[in-house]
Write a protein that binds this ligand. Structure first.
Ligand SMILES: *Cc1c(COP(=O)(O)O)cnc(C)c1O
Length: 462
């Protein structure tokens, strides 16, 4: 096997642009219309202005950015996306995307196998986790129009918003001190006989908590409810669950195969740019709900076009190509993409241990994946809010090389006491700190981040 090295993005980009230009030229020359011609140097000026303006961003690619769910796509995804975008296929129909529809089928099979789904399933890529979840909730409503949808109070707000869009009633189930859905709370609701579908989240957006899916499935079977799993954030952790997550967490990841539908976002832990979600359904008969008839779509081939089984119409073939190429380099195995996730998980567990020994900081709860929440050791909620905010602001200032970027997370008094923090309730809410450690480089960066935050926290606490 060839040596691994830092990739030269510009070389990869040159390679694909040249190849696509050659491919285009093979169809014969034609004159570009004058209306779309422009002055090369003017375009270059505009692009210069663009890249200047793009300096106004946070360094999402850098391990000093330990804030929200943001990181750069992998160079293989960038080059593949760019190459395909020049042609701009539309995975709505096979005729608009013969090559990339095939790639999409391949990546869907790989992802379905990761979840241990049956070989026959219905699924497709989507623009985002939101559209993927909307689709799963829409099918939930079509199957059981008069029933409610239950999710935990920590589920992504997309579920309550999309329930509103769909005109379904949603029920919010409380969470336990570990951020997971309360099974008792769920059963209390199920007993009323009104829940049609339970949404379990594997990796909540705020805390990275994993709902107890294996137990939720048992309850769902007992009360005749369906189960939809939102793994938009956490889905790819399935690759490392057995050997690198807590046994209890792994038990719930192992239950994914029992779910009626699953959503995952390759633009989160799949090294992809935005515009990349996916939804899977176990029961292929739900395809009937997608039936549509329109005089302007063109389905020449008899094979199934993605446009026949998705809510969206146009969808970038480039997204499918980017995932396809990425999974050639990082297959969905523990040694493949899993090797990118293991260090993110190690970063979170190592930092958690440092925080337990820290004099100025403390963990909010034990991380289940790679999202860590923590707070200064203070006595009141107002002080907590103030110090957290100052840490966020002050660490993000100054010369670029010294900046550290963190996020905050809003908590209520009951959430603090649920986790045994003793604090004067002199404010209704308070901000704590939150770091999504989704870059493998965070593995070695954590001591540095911890030191800088600790030092400033001690000063601010006084
Ligand atoms: C990010 C996320 C979503 C929303 O997905 P988008 O791709 O941002 O639309 C939904 N659920 C969970 C758990 C998420 O982490």
């Amino acid at each position: 096997m060839a040596d691994k090295s830092d990739l030269q993005l510009s070389e990869l980009v040159q390679q694909v642009v040249a190849a696509i230009e050659t491919d285009k030229a093979s169809y014969g020359e034609f004159q570009t219309h004058p209306s779309v011609k422009s002055d090369q140097s003017r375009v270059s000026e505009v692009l210069k202005e663009l890249t200047d303006r793009l300096e106004n961003n946070f360094p999402y690619f850098h391990p000093n950015y330990a804030a929200q769910m943001l990181k750069s796509p992998h160079p293989v995804a960038i080059a593949a996306y760019l190459a395909t975008m020049i042609i701009n296929p539309n995975n709505h129909s096979i005729d608009a995307s013969p090559a990339t529809t095939q790639m999409e089928r391949e990546v869907l099979r790989q992802m379905a196998a990761m979840f241990e789904y049956p070989e026959e399933f219905l699924g497709h890529l989507t623009w985002s986790g939101t559209t993927a979840n909307l689709e799963a909730l829409w099918i939930a409503r079509e199957l059981q129009p008069n029933k409610k949808i239950a999710h935990s109070s920590d589920a992504h707000y997309t579920h309550s918003r999309m329930s509103e869009v769909l005109g379904t009633t949603n029920v919010s189930i409380p969470t336990e001190a570990d951020g997971r859905m309360s099974l008792q709370g769920l059963e209390d609701e199920l007993k009323k006989g009104e829940i049609g579908t339970i949404v379990a989240t594997m990796g909540t957006t705020g805390l990275g908590a994993v709902d107890p899916l294996a137990d939720i499935i048992v309850l769902a079977q007992k009360y005749g409810a369906r189960v939809h799993v939102d793994t938009a954030y956490g889905g790819f952790f399935k690759l490392i669950a057995e050997n690198h997550l807590a046994p209890e967490t792994a038990r719930h990841f192992a239950a994914l195969k029992e779910a009626d539908s699953i959503v995952v976002d390759p633009h989160k832990h799949g090294l992809q740019p935005y515009g990349s979600g996916a939804v899977f359904f176990k029961d292929i008969s739900i395809g009937k709900f997608y039936k549509h008839d329109s005089p302007y779509t063109y389905f020449i081939s008899d094979d199934l076009h993605f446009g026949e089984i998705q809510l969206e119409c146009s969808r970038a073939g480039a997204s499918a190509a980017a995932i396809w190429a990425t999974l050639q380099i990082f297959p969905l195995t523990e040694q493949g993409l899993g090797s990118v996730l293991i260090p993110t998980r190690t970063a979170a567990t190592n930092w958690y241990e440092l925080l337990q020994q820290s004099e100025s900081l403390q963990p909010y709860q034990k991380p289940e994946l790679d999202i860590l929440t923590y707070l200064p050791r203070v006595q009141s909620m107002s002080k907590l809010d103030h110090v957290s905010h100052e840490l966020l602001v002050q660490l993000g200032q100054g010369p670029r090389e010294g900046q550290i970027h963190l996020a905050t997370y809003v908590v209520k008094p009951n959430q603090l006491s649920q986790r045994d923090f003793q604090m004067a309730e002199d404010a209704k809410t308070a901000r704590i700190l939150r770091s999504v450690l989704m870059k493998p480089e965070h593995e070695t960066w954590v001591p540095h981040l911890n030191q800088r935050i600790e030092d400033l926290a001690s000063k601010l606490i006084g």
